[in-house]
Design a protein around this ligand. Structure first.
Ligand code: GDP
Length: 694
C-alpha cells in the first residue's frame, strides 16, 4: 500500500490552509509536452475520464493542480474544486466545462498565468497522485496569438519543473525525439535525468522497430526510464464499445493487443516499458520514493516554521489565546459595561432638561405668534388700543383681549402633542447616546455589527414609543384646562424664562458680530443699516432689488444690511421681553395675563416634569432592561445568518484580531502537520513502497 504519498498529500492540503508556506514544498509530478504531443490524452488515461478542455483553439492558460485521491469508500468517481466550493461533481463533462471556463477567464492579453486551478478527483480506482498539468509548449505562435505567448508558456513551465518536482516529459513517437521540447526543457533543469520520466505517445503511429528504438534511447538517458503508450482508443469497434464507460480499461486492452503483437520489440525480453498501467505504477512508485526521500527535509522545514510561529506568538501576543467567540464575548462585555455606565448617568434629570429645552422652543414660538409678531415700532407706539404690548403691564386685569390671548397660547402649548414630542426627544437622545457609545466601542471597526446594534436600539425604542406617548397624553390631561401654577413654580418660571431670553439675545448679538466681520467692520454695517432704515421709512426711494445694488452699496451688502436691521429689531424686542419678565408686576402668579412669558414657561415646566415621570418608567427602564438582551440576540442571529461563518468573518474584520487569529491558526495547523508527519516517520517509513493501485 502506498502510504507516504497519501499522507503527504493530506499534509500538503493542510499546509495550503496555513497560507503560502515558503519553506515547505512537497514534490508533485509536472506534466510538460508540446501541443498535440498527446499530453491531455495521457493524463485522461491515467485518471480514467475525459475531463480536460478540448478544442482546436484551446490553449491551457493556467496550471491545473490535479490531486488524485484513492478513496475506497467512493461509490462513484467525483471531482472537487476547493477554491470554488464545488464539491462532489460526478459528471465529468461538467468538470470539463468548469475547467474550460476557468481557463477562458484568463484575458488573452495576459497569455498565461501561474495562478493554478485546483482540482481533486476521488475514485476507488485511481492511485494517490499529485499532478500538475501545464500549458503545452508551442513551436510557432499562431496567427492570432500574441508573440510573447511562446516565451510566457516556457517561463511558466520553467517555474514548475524545478526540483523536487518530478517531470513527466511527453513526446510523440512520430516526431523526432531530438526536437522534443519537453525533453529539451527537462534536460536544462535535470541534466543527469534523475527526476524525469519520459513518456512516448502515439506508439501506434510508428513502426514497432522505430518505436522500440525510441524507448531504448541512449542520447538522453533517464534514470526513471521511458514508457511507451497509446493513449487513444481506436475508432469504436464492437470490441471496444463495451468499454466506453471505462477509458483506462479500453486503453489498456488496446495497448496490450498492440504491444503483444510485437514480442520481439516490446516483449518481456526487450527491456522496454510500455502501457498506461505500467506508467501509472511507475508514477506512484517514483512519487512515493521522492516523497519519502523528502520526508526528513519536510519535517525539518515544518519544525522550523512551527518554531518561528511559536516565537512570534510569544513576542507579539505573549501567548494570549484568541478566538472569534472570545473576541465577540469581550467586545459585548465591554459594550454592555459602557452601556451600564450610561444608564446610571442618564435618568430623570437629563430627560427633563432635554424635554424642557424642546418645550422652551415651543413656548417662544407661541409667544412670538401671539404677542411679538409685529414690527417693533408698532409694538412701542400707541395706539391702536388695546393690543399695544407696551401697555400690557398697565392693561385692565379683566381685559377679555389679553385673557383670550393667554388662554389660546396655553391651550396651544398643552395640546401640541407633548406625549409624542417627549417620546421622540427621549428616543432620539437615547439613540444618539448609543451611537456615540458604539463609536467608542470595538464595534466601530465592524460596520455591519454596529448597524445591527444601532438598529436593535431603535427597534426597542420604537416598540415603546406609541404606548409611552399615549400614556403621557393621558397623564397630562389635568393640566390641559387652566393649569394651576404655584408661587414657587412661578418664581422658577420667571428665572428660567429670563435665562432663555438672554440666551436668544446672545445668539442675536453673535450673529450681528459675524455680520459686522463679513462686511468689514461695525462702521460699514451701520452705514448700510441706516440706508436700509431710510429706504424702509420711505425717506429714500429704491427701485426694486437692483442686482448692482443701490445708494453706493452692492446688492450683497444691502442683503447683509437688511439682515442686520432684522437682528437689531429682534434684539430690541427680546430686550423688551426681558424687561417685562423682570418687572415688578411679573413677580406674582396673579398677574399672569401681564406676564405670558413667565406663565407659559411655568406651564411648560409642569408638563415636562410630569411627562418625564412617565417616560422614565415606560420607556427608559424598559429600554435599559431589554436593549442588552436584544443586542445579544440580534448579534447572534446576524452572525449565524447567510450560511454561518459570520462569527469568524466578524472577528476578522479587525486587522489586529485577524493577525492574531491567523497566527494561532497557523500554529495549530503546523502542530497538527508535525504530529502527522511524525506518525509517518514511525509507521510510514516501515511500510515502504509496495504494489500500487492499478
Ligand atoms: P495535447 O495537445 O498534447 O494535449 O494532445 P492531445 O492529447 O489533445 O492529442 C492530440 C491528438 O493526438 C488528438 O487527436 C489525440 O486523439 C491524438 N493522440 C493522442 N495520443 C495518441 C496516441 O497514442 N495514438 C494516436 N494515434 N493518436 C493519439
Amino acid at each position: 500500500m502506498m502510504y507516504i504519498t497519501k499522507r503527504m498529500i493530506e499534509i500538503r492540503n493542510l499546509l495550503q490552509k496555513v497560507g503560502q508556506s515558503s519553506t515547505v514544498t512537497l514534490p508533485s509530478i509536472v506534466v510538460i509536452g508540446s501541443q498535440s504531443s498527446g499530453k491531455s490524452s495521457v493524463l485522461e488515461a491515467i485518471v480514467g475520464h475525459e475531463f480536460l478542455p478540448k478544442g482546436s483553439n484551446m490553449i491551457t492558460r493556467r496550471p491545473i493542480e490535479l490531486t488524485l485521491v484513492n478513496d475506497p469508500e467512493a461509490r462513484a468517481d467525483y471531482g472537487e474544486f476547493p477554491d470554488l466550493g464545488l464539491t462532489r461533481v460526478t459528471d465529468f463533462s461538467l468538470i470539463q466545462k468548469t475547467l474550460t471556463e476557468l481557463n477562458q477567464s484568463v484575458p488573452e492579453s495576459l497569455c498565461v498565468t501561474d495562478d493554478p486551478i485546483r482540482l481533486t478527483i476521488h475514485s476507488p480506482k485511481i492511485p494517490d497522485l499529485s499532478l500538475i498539468d501545464l500549458p503545452g509548449y508551442i513551436q510557432v505562435a499562431g496567427e492570432n496569438q500574441p508573440r510573447e505567448l511562446k516565451r510566457k508558456i516556457s517561463e511558466l513551465c520553467d517555474k514548475y519543473i524545478r526540483g523536487p518536482n518530478i517531470i513527466l516529459a511527453i513526446s510523440a513517437a512520430d516526431t523526432d525525439l531530438a526536437n522534443s521540447t519537453a525533453l529539451q526543457a527537462s534536460r536544462r533543469v535535470d541534466p543527469r535525468g534523475e527526476r524525469t520520466i519520459g513518456v512516448i505517445t502515439k506508439m501506434d503511429l510508428v513502426e514497432p522497430e522505430k518505436g522500440a528504438a525510441i524507448l531504448n534511447d541512449r542520447q538522453y538517458p533517464l534514470r526513471l526510464g521511458y514508457v511507451g503508450v497509446i493513449s487513444k482508443l481506436p475508432p469504436q469497434t464492437g470490441l471496444f464499445r463495451r468499454e466506453a464507460s471505462n477509458l483506462l480499461a479500453g486503453i489498456n486492452r488496446n495497448e496490450k493487443s498492440f504491444f503483444n503483437s510485437y514480442p520481439a520489440q516490446f516483449g518481456p525480453e526487450s527491456g522496454v516499458s510500455t502501457g498506461t498501467i505500467t506508467l501509472r505504477k511507475k508514477l506512484l512508485q517514483v512519487l512515493e520514493q521522492q516523497m519519502s526521500s523528502r520526508l526528513q527535509e519536510t519535517t525539518d522545514a515544518i519544525q522550523r516554521e512551527l518554531e518561528e510561529t511559536t516565537y512570534q506568538f510569544k513576542v507579539q501576543y505573549n501567548e494570549q489565546p484568541m478566538s472569534a467567540e472570545a473576541y465577540l464575548a469581550a467586545s459585548l462585555d465591554d459594550f454592555k459595561h459602557q452601556f451600564h455606565e450610561f444608564t446610571s448617568s442618564f435618568g430623570r434629570a437629563q430627560l427633563n432638561s432635554l424635554l424642557k429645552d424642546a418645550l422652551d422652543q415651543k413656548v417662544l414660538d407661541q409667544l412670538a405668534a401671539r404677542y411679538w409678531n409685529r414690527p417693533i415700532e408698532d409694538l412701542l407706539v400707541a395706539p391702536p388700543e388695546p393690543d399695544n404690548i407696551a401697555d400690557l403691564p398697565k392693561a385692565d386685569p379683566d381685559s377679555p383681549y389679553w385673557h383670550r390671548q393667554l388662554d389660546t397660547a396655553t391651550s396651544a402649548l398643552t395640546r401640541l402633542g407633548v406625549g409624542r414630542l417627549a417620546a421622540t426627544v427621549a428616543a432620539s437622545a437615547v439613540q444618539s447616546n448609543i451611537d456615540k457609545l458604539l463609536d467608542k466601542s470595538s464595534f466601530a471597526k465592524h460596520p455591519s455589527a454596529r448597524k445591527v446594534i444601532s438598529e436593535a436600539a431603535s427597534t426597542v425604542l420604537a416598540d415603546r414609543s406609541y404606548a409611552t406617548s399615549d400614556g403621557i397624553e393621558i397623564s397630562l390631561k389635568p393640566y390641559k384646562f387652566d393649569p394651576d401654577i404655584q408661587p414657587d413654580e412661578w418664581a422658577q418660571g420667571r428665572e428660567h424664562v429670563v435665562g432663555v431670553l438672554e440666551g436668544e439675545l446672545k445668539q442675536c448679538q453673535a450673529a450681528m458680530k459675524s455680520l459686522e466681520a463679513s462686511v468689514g467692520g461695525k462702521k460699514k454695517l451701520k452705514e448700510v443699516m441706516s440706508f436700509v432704515d431710510k429706504a424702509r421709512k420711505g425717506e429714500i426711494i429704491v427701485e426694486g432689488d437692483h442686482p448692482s445694488g443701490a445708494g453706493g452699496f452692492s446688492a450683497a451688502l444691502l442683503a447683509r444690511g437688511r439682515e442686520a436691521v432684522f437682528l437689531r429689531d429682534r434684539a430690541d424686542i427680546i430686550n423688551l421681553r426681558i424687561l417685562a419678565a423682570k418687572s415688578r408686576q411679573c413677580r406674582r402668579p396673579e398677574n399672569k395675563y401681564y406676564c405670558p412669558e413667565v406663565f407659559l414657561d411655568a406651564v411648560a415646566s409642569k408638563l415636562a416634569r410630569n411627562a418625564v415621570l412617565f417616560l422614565q418608567v415606560e420607556m427608559l427602564h424598559d429600554f435599559y432592561v431589554r436593549f442588552p438582551r436584544e443586542v445579544e440576540a440580534k448579534l447572534r442571529e446576524h452572525m449565524s445568518a447567510a450560511g454561518g461563518g459570520g462569527l469568524e468573518r466578524f472577528a476578522r474584520e479587525d486587522p489586529k484580531v485577524r493577525r492574531h487569529l491567523d497566527l494561532i491558526q497557523r500554529k495549530e495547523l503546523l502542530e497538527l502537520v508535525l504530529a502527522k508527519i511524525e506518525d509517518l516517520h514511525r509507521f510510514g517509513a516501515g511500510a515502504g513502497a509496495g504494489a500500487g493501485v492499478g
